[in-house]
Each structure stands twice: as C-alpha cells, then as structure tokens.
Design a protein around this ligand. Structure first.
Ligand SMILES: [Zn+2]
Length: 220
C-alpha cells in the first residue's frame, strides 16, 4: 500500500491532479476503482525513480482538449509516436500542431489536433486495443503480451507473469513504447490492468459454470 500511496503522490505532483482511474468506456464511467490505470506509476511501483520508467517525459498539459467526435478528453501524444505509427498515406497529411489520443472505446478517432486534423484506427500500422472489444487484444506493443496470451498463461499455469516479464524488459532498457504503443506511454499499467481483467473474466466464467452445475444438481 505504501508503494501505491507513493505512486499516487508522485502522479499528483507531476500532473497537478488526482491519480485517476478509468474504465474501458470513459463516457459511461470515468471513475471505477476496479480498473486501476497505473499510467504514471510504473517507476514508483518498481521502486525506481520516474526517469527509470520507459516513457519519455511528456509536455505539460495545456488546456483540456476534447475529441471532436466523442467529446472525450485526449492526452497529448509525442509527435515521434504518431510519425512512427501512421501508415504512409496517413503520414502525408500530418499537420504541424500538437495531437492528442482519444481513449473512447466507442470512437474510431485515435489522434486529433485542435484544428480538425484526425487520424482513425485504419490510419495506424497497429490495432489500437482501447478501440477493440475485450478478449484477445494486444496490450504490450513491444513484447507482444495480449489478453489472449495472458489468458492462455493463466489457464496453463494458474497465473500470468506478464507484468514481471515487462518489468524485466524495462530494467534492461528494451522498452520502446514511445514508438510502438499508440498512446506513446509505458504499457506496464495497461498490462497490469489487463491481467486483472482476464483473471476476473476467468473467475466469473468459473463461478457461472459452478452455478450452472449447482442448478443442475438441484433439479435432480
Ligand atoms: Zn474520439
């Protein structure tokens, strides 16, 4: 708990706001304690200084900018990230200003600037997991951890070590989220949340089956 408290404090100092939580659909529920996003916390959780995290330092947030399609508030994304991830035809229309990432699961826009320039999911070289349905989504763009691989690991061995594996890669300086992850930020928090989501889904499935079996037993 101390590590979590320290992470919250560090995030608060860095962004001048509360550590936040988000669900897959921000318009339905912006505050959901069960779906913790450790967006800025990986370094603190690891007991490392913030510069040990693989994310580049982000420019300070100016005014809140909303996606013109969904109205969701987008986080600023480094230009290098967008240039690395747009397909050739889309890159030809990249404008000069600052772009933001739309996190809304129900919106096809991935990047937008304040002047009407938009890039949608089909403009990127990789699938954007935030825009896909839960199940098999990729969550780590550097080392290929996905909901499918996490699920297979849990089914085979009872647990997933995806988070530990990624911590090891970060410590070894192998992470490249700034040019591989559409959000341009460290994926460790996303992977932590994904492991929790898959564990919950598997537990629910087991509970449902147990309930169904009990129901059958009651009949006989
Ligand atoms: Zn949007």
């Amino acid at each position: 708990m101390n590590a979590e408290r320290a992470a919250r404090a560090q995030c608060r100092r860095r962004h001048q706001r509360q550590f936040f939580y988000k669900s897959a659909s921000p318009r339905r529920c912006r505050v959901q304690r069960t779906d913790l996003t450790l967006e800025c916390a990986p370094g603190a959780i690891l007991g490392l200084s913030m510069s040990s995290c693989c994310c580049p330092e982000k420019p300070a947030e100016s005014s809140a900018a909303r996606c013109p399609q969904s109205g969701s508030i987008g986080k600023a994304v480094d230009r290098q990230t967008i240039k690395a991830l747009l397909i050739e035809l889309a890159l030809r229309r990249l404008a000069a200003g600052e772009y933001r990432f739309c996190p809304d699961a129900d919106c096809d826009v991935v990047y937008f600037d304040g002047n009407g320039s938009l890039f949608a999911t089909q403009d990127l070289r990789v699938p954007v997991w935030q825009k896909l349905a839960f199940g098999t989504r990729p969550v780590c763009y550097c080392f290929g951890e996905s909901e499918a691989s996490i699920r297979a690991e849990i089914e085979a061995s009872g647990q997933s070590d995806a988070v530990e594996r990624i911590r090891g890669h970060i410590a070894a300086g192998r992470c490249a989220c700034e040019v591989r992850n559409p959000r341009g930020a460290c994926c460790l928090g996303d992977v932590t949340a994904a492991v929790n989501r898959v564990e919950s889904a598997l537990a629910n499935r087991t509970a449902t089956r147990a309930g169904a079996n009990l129901g059958t037993a009651d009949v006989h």
